[in-house]
Design a protein. Structure first.
Length: 134
């Protein structure tokens, strides 16, 4: 009597088991693994490129922020200077208004004096008209 089981597993019918073979790589498998490797390399390279570009963009934003802050400081300084000049102009305008008022008063006095001189000249002319010419 044969004490060995009929197949690879107990209770298996003879010649019904699938023999185990070593895995053999086919051309499709090689292309798949090459494509997968290429994809991984491309993904890593793309991520590195995006990272470098993002770093440059970040540096540009930081330098823009620094330049913007410097520009705002300059603008604030110039605004203060402009406000001081505007105050000086306002003070000058007040002085001009005072001087203009004095000038108008002086002009009015001059008109009175010119009128008085004209009247005096008229009197002198009328007196001279009575004086014989020699």
């Amino acid at each position: 009597m044969n004490l060995r089981p009929p197949g690879y597993e107990p209770g298996e019918l003879p010649d019904c088991s699938t023999p185990r073979r070593e895995r053999q790589y086919t051309t499709v498998d090689a292309i798949f693994w090459a494509a997968l490797g290429f994809f991984v390399v491309a993904a890593v390279a793309g991520s590195a490129y995006v990272g470098v570009r993002a770093w440059h963009a970040w540096q540009a934003c930081v330098s823009l922020a620094v330049a913007g802050a410097a520009g705002l400081d300059l603008l604030a300084a110039r605004t203060e200077t402009l406000a001081a000049k505007a105050e000086d102009v306002a003070t000058g305008a007040e002085e001009l208004q005072t001087a203009l008022a004095r000038l108008e008063r002086s002009t009015a006095r001059a008109r009175v004096l010119v009128g008085a001189v004209d009247e005096a000249l008229d009197v002198v002319r009328s007196v001279l008209s009575y004086v014989p010419k020699t």
